[in-house]
Ligand binder design. Sequence first.
Ligand code: TYC
Length: 119
Amino acid sequence: MLSGTKQSGPPENPDREGEGDLAVAPAKPALKRPPLFQVVLLNDDYTPMEFVVEILETFFNMNREKATQVMLMVHTKGKGVCGIYPRDIAETKCTQVNAHARDSGHPLLCEVEPSGDDD
Ligand code: TYC
C-alpha cells in the first residue's frame, strides 16, 4: 500500500480524530462514597434497661419497639449495632452516648468499628 493513503473502512468519527485504535479508559467518577462505621453498644450488668431504651430512642432515632428489640439483643448477645454512619457521625454519637451515660452514673459504653459494609 502507498504510504499516506487511508485504507477503506468505517467513516471517521470527528469526535475521535487522532485516537487511532487506542482504547481510552473512562474517566474516574469524581465522588466516592465515604467508608462506613458502626456504633456498637456493649452489655453490662448495671445499666437499667429503661435507660438503654431511652439512649436508643434519643441518639439513634429508634421508636420504642425497635429500641427495646436492640436493647434485648445487646442484653442477651453481649453487643449490638445501633447504627451505621460515616466516621465523624459515628464518633460523635459514640462520644455523646458515653458522656451521657457517665454523667447519669451508669457504666454503659459504646464503641465504633469499621462496618465492612461499603459499596
Ligand atoms: N444488662 C442490663 C441489665 O440487665 C441491661 C443492658 C442492656 C445494659 C444493654 C447495657 O447495652 C446494654 N440491666
